[in-house]
Design a protein around this ligand. Structure first.
Ligand code: SER
Length: 318
């Protein structure tokens, strides 16, 4: 049985991934580690939790052998918009955090999962059917840390044999924990606004098309890639994965199928609009499909139905 450490376990992906891993591998085998956000009851009541700043190499390096860790899902990072506000801190957390994880993995023989992002591409990347292997000149500090992270993970594999693997996630839509400081956050915020006040003021332009994915598929992608027999993999890191691709106007129309009185208006945030404009519109994820059987379950309609159901119940109980 693997012994797993999840860094960034209090974040948008972290909480749901930790709970899913505990279901798969047993609660005691999955140690959640968080730092910036308070852990939710669902994290601390279902298994072990530690407070850990991934920049603290000594603490990480002590924790891994002490808990017998064999696999690290390294999620701790600043997202794109907040990273633009604090570029030095973003570099420190995203890069030094990853380096510390890879060093511990090298010393203690761990497997590593590293989530990259559509942000690892830039304005000169082909925006439609973005190939798996193509130009990567991101214009954001977040994207620079992601493409560097992909390269560093590949380097640790080639140089030291560290079994590091990862995907390029698109915008992730979920209903348990809010994202914080991302450019694709509108696609989560819109559901809370729709249920609460039937209106959403969107910070991206109506026609800004981006790749997206519902959280259950994102969790499945991570676990499936990590469990794939390594002999099947040609790539290891930065697999393009997507499940749907839409604009704010199209998402609003899908919500109106359920809530006909829902309306959307636009108050563009120039910072986040510029970030979104530098990202691809729709990635080609055929390498992930061929090498490890990636297959999303949720399209836009199924995701919208499920999101509205969960958020309606959540807000009613608040
Ligand atoms: N969802 C992320 C963001 O918007 C992209 O990886 O920052």
């Amino acid at each position: 049985m693997p012994r797993i450490l999840v860094t960034g376990a209090t974040g948008q992906i972290g909480v749901e991934l930790t709970l899913a891993l505990r279901e798969c591998y047993g609660a005691d085998n999955v140690i959640a580690a968080g730092h910036r956000r308070e852990p939710s009851g669902s994290l601390v009541h279902t298994g072990p939790y530690v407070s850990l700043d991934v920049r603290d190499a000594a603490a990480l390096d002590a924790l891994v052998p002490e808990r017998g860790i064999t696999v690290i899902y390294h999620l701790a990072a600043l997202l794109s918009a907040v990273a633009e506000e604090q570029p030095l801190q973003a570099w420190d957390i995203n890069m030094n955090g990853l380096l510390n994880v890879l060093e511990s993995a090298r010393k203690h023989g761990c497997q590593v999962f590293f989530p990259s992002s559509i942000a690892a591409f830039g304005p000169d990347t082909p925006p439609f059917d973005t190939p798996q292997d193509t130009v990567q000149h991101p214009s954001t500090i977040y994207g620079i840390t992601k493409v560097t992270g992909e390269l560093l993970c590949d380097y640790y594999y080639r140089r030291y044999g560290v079994d590091a693997r990862g995907v390029r996630y698109p915008g992730l839509i979920s209903n348990q924990v809010l994202p914080g400081g991302g450019t694709t956050d509108y696609a989560v915020d819109i559901f809370y606004a729709a249920v609460r006040q039937r209106h959403y003021d969107c910070f991206l332009r109506a026609g800004t098309q981006l790749d997206m994915m519902y959280m259950p598929d994102a969790i499945q992608a991570a676990i499936q890639l990590m469990e794939t027999d390594v002999s099947r993999l040609t790539h290891r890191n930065g697999f393009n994965v997507t499940a749907m691709s839409f604009t704010p106007a199209q998402l609003a129309a899908a919500i109106q199928q359920h809530l006909p009185d829902f309306t959307i208006s636009y108050a563009i945030d120039p910072l986040r609009q510029a970030i979104a404009d530098s990202w691809p519109r729709h990635m080609d994820d055929s390498a992930a499909r061929a090498e490890w059987g990636w297959q999303p379950r949720y399209d836009v309609a199924a995701m919208v139905t499920d999101m509205l159901r969960h958020i309606t119940v959540k807000l009613r109980n608040e």
